[in-house]
Write a protein that binds this ligand. Structure first.
Ligand code: GLC
Length: 434
């Protein structure tokens, strides 16, 4: 119950999105420019940027859109898969007012910053004009893409961390329910069935480490920043969570070079059959079940992440699509954003990419459920609805950097969990001027 409350800031922000629709002068001005820019004849070429897609989904979405819109041709521009590196590439381009990229996907933690910096276009007028019903979208995801009462991006998919396990090595009745059980299971099963690792996670110094850490901290009842925006990371609960993270990340059942592992390294090892369990996002399911890239087809089960003293906690992740404010083809860019984040595009994302839709009706779509059977499981639905957001602030990259550095030092044994929490508190307070 406690964890569910954590999503409240998002849920509360939702009405602002609706009242903010339309009628804003800045928005009209931006979209006015768009009309002039696009009043040309001939085919318009759009560049759509997002991180590396290890599935077929992006290719298929682009193909479908291009087929249906002969006058608009979208080209996919692959960006670094590391969320932080991707962020920096966009910020560099947008700071220089580059119009090269028209549409880009934003990580759930960026909209406040991108909105405040004026990098992306408010979408409210487009949404209104085309009668896009935002009430059909997951509330938290809509709210995460809104800032100052405007909608800056369309929610594409929601992520929540989850536990994948080898059914042949961890029988259903024995799936770990607590982090201590996970540690015991990982120790006991490592090496079985040709595996090398009991557990795989994301422990490199990058955004994924923050996501893993937020899960441990919340599972033990801690918070990084509380509902009132106050830094809360130096609490006994948060310290307990950090200690457990360190215990797992330094154990002998994770890879020796665990501190170089992102989603890619961890899923590669798991698909190769090297891991008994792994923490990852929903996207990995479609890869697990793909003969062409997986040695563990039909051998894998999915469960909520293990619990700490307070319960199981999954970090809220996800991506949303935004339009570059300097795009020369804003109307066409919107057409693509609308398609990709509408029912048709999200269905492709869910079927080809295993991504959890933000259009809530799609959780009843039989084709989607057939491909992603766990979408209908209560554990997954609960994990999505109770997912713990990372701090919401326009200086999120700074907050993340502070966490990444201190957590990495704790994992490397350069400081204790207590010291890491105290350092994070000091630096976060300073950064947030709290
Ligand atoms: C996933 C999540 C995103 C998160 C990233 C970290 O892509 O959707 O929110 O920041 O992983 O690696």
């Amino acid at each position: 119950m406690k964890l569910i409350k954590k999503i409240a800031p998002f849920a509360l922000a939702a009405p602002l999105v609706l009242t903010g629709c339309g009628g804003n002068n800045d928005t009209k001005k931006d979209e006015g420019t768009a009309n002039k820019d696009t009043a040309k004849s001939g085919t318009v070429k759009l560049i759509y940027a997002r991180g590396k897609d290890t599935t077929n989904a992006t290719k298929k979405i682009v193909e479908e859109f291009n087929k249906k819109h002969p006058n608009i041709q979208v080209e996919f521009r692959e960006m670094p898969s590391d969320s932080g590196k991707q962020h920096d590439a966009y910020v560099t381009a947008l700071n220089a007012q580059s119009s090269e990229i028209d549409v880009m996907d934003l990580d759930v933690v960026w909209p406040a910053e991108f909105a405040q910096a004026g990098y992306v276009l408010p979408l409210d007028n487009f949404i209104q004009k085309d009668n896009v019903d935002m009430a059909k979208y997951n509330k938290g995801a809509v709210a995460a893409a809104s800032f100052n009462g405007k909608q800056w991006a369309m929610p594409k998919f929601i992520d929540a961390g989850m536990l994948y396990y080898r059914k042949d090595l961890v029988p259903d009745g024995k799936v770990p329910k607590t982090w201590d059980e996970l540690i015991a299971t990982a120790k006991a099963t490592k090496g079985q069935g040709g595996t090398k690792f009991g557990y795989l996670m994301q422990a490199k110094q990058y955004e994924g480490l923050v996501c893993n850490a937020v899960e441990f901290i919340a599972a033990y009842g801690g918070k990084v920043i509380d509902e009132n925006g106050n830094v809360a990371v130096n609490s006994p609960e948060a310290i307990k969570g950090i200690k457990k993270l360190v215990e797992v990340a330094k154990s002998d059942f994770v890879p020796d070079n665990n501190n170089t592992f992102t989603e890619i390294e961890s899923h590669t090892a798991f698909l190769e059959g090297q891991g008994v369990m792994i923490r990852n996002w929903p996207y990995m399911w479609s890869m697990v079940q793909d003969q062409a890239q997986s040695k563990v087809v039909d051998k894998v089960g999915v469960a909520p992440l293990p619990a700490g003293d307070k319960g199981s906690a999954a970090t809220l992740g996800g991506w949303m699509s935004a339009i570059n404010k300097y795009s020369k083809h804003k109307q066409e860019a919107w057409e693509f954003v609308k398609f990709m984040n509408g029912a048709e595009g999200q269905k492709i994302s869910a079927i080809e990419g295993g991504l959890a839709p933000t259009l809530t009706d799609l959780f009843n779509d039989q084709d989607i459920l057939k491909k992603n059977p766990f979408f209908k499981e209560q554990g997954f639905v609960n994990a999505l609805s109770a997912a713990v957001p990372r701090p919401v602030t326009p200086i999120y990259p700074k907050v993340s950097e502070i966490m990444q550095i201190n957590l990495s030092k704790a994992i490397a044994g350069q400081m204790t969990a207590e010291q890491a929490a105290a350092e994070m508190e000091k630096q976060l307070k300073d950064a947030l001027k709290k």
